[in-house]
Design a protein around this ligand. Structure first.
Ligand code: ZN
Length: 477
């Protein structure tokens, strides 16, 4: 994997404003909008929007609130837009580039070792996104996923490939076709057309959110939606958006920095999106996100990204659940497509949203223990261990980590070697191996040297095995 290095070009502060900045007009034929004062941006949201404005001007900003300005967006003379993010140790960990021809590149270094673990290349003309991943830490991207967007069909054709030995010859592991639409709750049915995707979209104006909502709308533009949320639904969704964006800036940064910065980049870009409340009655789906392809062509009839909600869930969800659902969809809006196990509710998108919305245990695939969600959200070993971990014994070799001379037999054998050992391996709270192994205990000594054994495995269960999985993870304390 290539070394992560700063783009070098002349940069200057520029106030970026795309065509949707400035709040946009009111919605269509519905005429005057109703005003609800039940949404007022939180102090955190106001501060976040101030930072967004600063970032648009090219000022380095501290979105996550750790006292270090980590996020910088620059626009080059030729229009190339670059976002660079550093970690608290000032290592460059995230670089996103959007070229004037619409092509995009993203490189992300999850552990600050100077090498990208994920690279995503989007090509505008080909309508294609290629994702390279180094999952084993050898700086070579052995996994390659290619997504070809077919906007007319509303589908994505994917190819997953693996190059075991770094030869550059990738072998196809699987191919798939899935709807472009992303969901929380029930997955969309690709064919025959899911009736729940035939959302109600009357051409009336979206209810205004009041003066505070107008402020939020400069970034999100819910005023221009074709959806049919009521003023009360809009206010609830605005509060949930407030929660979702703030948690993405703070909680999510501590667990999965790539997803956090995707959302900050999305906010700073100021790309308008719509929220509608049009999933038909009787559907069990919570929400669908209608994303646009890398060439910004969207699923017809949309001209930009949209989240469509099920009004039943807006009514029944508590604040945490709605923040969870909105954060989930915001992660999709910001470019994260579903992983292969997305519809089981256990991938990073589901897990991060539940954890950062407020340690939710509700919804599809939700574990009882937030440490598990935190683990599944976290994107490196240190951050997974911070969520909670457990040590287990496993058959192991008596290797260089084995203490010498643990076997004894009085003066006849003062310190003999252990002949069979068990290792201590570190596992995340969902049971996945974190790849750490050390000496655990001695199983067997030489026959003439086994009267006393240090670190003897028979003394199990070993009280020295750590288990922090019953402690609440950081954001839940
Ligand atoms: Zn989803």
């Amino acid at each position: 994997m290539s070394k992560i290095t700063a783009a070098v070009f002349a940069c200057f502060a520029i106030a970026m404003c795309n065509t949707d900045c400035g709040g946009g007009g009111s919605g269509g034929g519905g005429g005057s909008s109703t005003t609800s004062s039940s949404y007022e941006p939180s102090p955190e949201m106001k501060a976040l929007l101030d930072k967004v404005e600063q970032a648009r001007k090219g000022v380095a900003v501290d979105f996550n609130g750790d006292g270090v300005a980590e996020f910088q967006r620059t626009v080059a003379d030729d229009g190339t837009v670059t976002v660079e993010v550093t970690d608290p140790d000032e290592n460059l960990i995230y670089i996103s580039t959007t070229h004037p021809n619409g092509d995009t590149e993203l490189a992300y270094d999850s552990n600050g070792d100077g090498y990208a673990d994920i690279e995503i290349h989007g090509t505008y003309e080909a309508n294609r996104e290629v994702r390279l991943e180094d999952r084993d830490g050898d700086h070579y991207p052995e996994w390659r996923t290619t997504l070809d967007f077919d906007v007319a069909a509303g589908q994505v054709h994917g190819t997953v490939e693996y190059d075991e030995n770094g030869s550059g010859e990738y072998a196809v592991v699987e191919t798939f076709t899935e709807p472009m639409v992303q969901s929380v709750g029930e997955p969309p049915i690709p064919s025959p057309l899911d009736p729940c995707l035939n959302d109600v979209r009357p051409a009336s104006g979206y209810p205004m959110l009041g003066p505070g909502g107008a402020q939020i709308s400069t970034s999100f533009d819910p005023l221009n939606s074709d959806g049919n949320c009521t003023a009360d639904q809009a206010a609830k969704l605005a509060n949930a958006l407030d929660c979702a964006f703030n948690r993405a800036a703070t909680c999510l940064y501590d667990v999965n920095r790539r997803l956090s910065e995707n959302v900050m980049k999305f906010l700073v870009k100021g790309e308008a999106f719509d929220i509608s409340c049009g999933i038909p009655a009787g559907c069990s789906d919570i929400a669908f996100t209608y994303p646009c392809a890398p060439n910004r062509k969207c699923i017809a009839p949309d001209t930009r990204q949209r989240i469509n909600f099920n009004p039943d869930f807006i009514a029944s969800d508590g604040d945490i659940e709605l923040c969870d659902d909105v954060l989930h969809e915001v992660l999709h809006l910001a470019g994260e497509r579903a992983g292969p196990n997305h519809d089981d509710g256990v991938d990073a998108v589901y897990s991060c949203a539940r954890y950062c919305a407020g340690c939710s245990h509700s919804g599809k695939g939700a574990p009882e223990n937030s440490s598990v969600d935190c683990d599944r959200c976290a994107d490196n070993v240190d951050r997974k261990k911070a969520c909670g971990y457990k040590e287990e014994l496993k058959d192991g070799d008596c290797d260089s980590s084995t203490p010498p001379g643990v076997c004894h037999s009085g003066l006849a054998c003062i310190s003999g070697p252990c002949l069979a050992c068990e290792s201590i391996v570190t596992k995340s709270c969902d049971g996945s191996d974190l790849g750490e192994s050390k000496f655990g205990c001695c199983l067997a000594c030489p026959v003439d040297c086994d009267q006393a054994i240090d670190f003897y495995c028979a003394r199990q269960p070993a009280p020295y095995l750590a288990n922090t999985c019953s402690n609440p993870p950081p954001f839940c304390r």
